[in-house]
Design a protein around this ligand. Structure first.
Ligand code: K1U
Ligand code: ZN
Length: 190
């Protein structure tokens, strides 16, 4: 298994749509294992393949309450997930995202969903989800379509968050370029 770097906003790959996998074979199982290791290390409760730059319709989750305890871990892996049904009733959750660190916002989504997918053994399965599992599945399926949770909040908040991350990425690029005046220039710009 390997830890994979998680892409951070404004990385353009987060806006790309992932492609279906032909089948869940050994290569996809290695990807699923790498994603679970990366998700636990972050730590997070979900991860989509697009967040590590793999444009494949694969996601992993573990919404079990006490992640730090291996005994209570309940890893789940989905390939080609498809939302088959959503409830008319909605629920709200204060969502976060490993690709948009330290930002949490209330997002409203269908409270219950049914999802069809291929499991680790390439078997077709269906799952009906509610609570945090339904929220997390929808958040991760959104990632596979290039959609981020900030797309579900007000335009004003989304633009503020996007600007903050664009600015941070510019600073990082300047620092990495070794530009000696980078810090002074930043301070003079405010
Ligand atoms: O997809 C991601 O970016 C992962 C994200 C999943 C998610 C969280 C909340 C609502 C919907 C989807 C995260 O895991 S953010 C981190 C987080 O929620 C968490 C981290 C440690 C312990 C418990 C939760
Ligand atoms: Zn996310």
């Amino acid at each position: 298994m390997a830890l994979r770097p998680i892409l951070i906003l404004p990385d353009k790959r987060l806006r790309q749509k992932a492609q279906p996998v032909a089948a869940v074979d050994d290569e996809i199982r290695v990807l699923m294992d790498d994603m679970l290791e990366t998700m636990y290390a972050a730590p997070g409760i979900g991860l989509a393949a697009t967040q590590i730059g793999e444009m494949k319709r694969v996601l992993v989750l573990d919404v079990a309450k006490r992640q730090e305890e291996e005994a209570s871990a309940h890893p789940m892996a989905f390939a080609n997930p498809e939302v088959l049904w959503t409830s008319d009733e909605f629920s709200t959750y204060n969502e976060g995202c490993l690709s948009i660190p330290e930002i949490y916002e209330e997002v409203e989504r269908p409270a219950r969903i049914r999802v069809g997918y291929l499991d680790r053994d390439n078997k077709r399965q269906e799952i009906e989800a509610d609570g945090i599992l339904a929220t997390c599945l929808q958040h991760e399926i959104d990632h596979l379509n290039g959609v981020l949770f900030i797309d579900h909040i007000s335009r004003l908040k989304r633009e503020m968050i996007s600007k903050k991350f664009i600015k941070a990425a510019k600073r990082e690029a300047e620092d990495a370029s070794g530009e000696p005046e980078a810090e002074a220039k930043r301070q003079s710009e405010g």
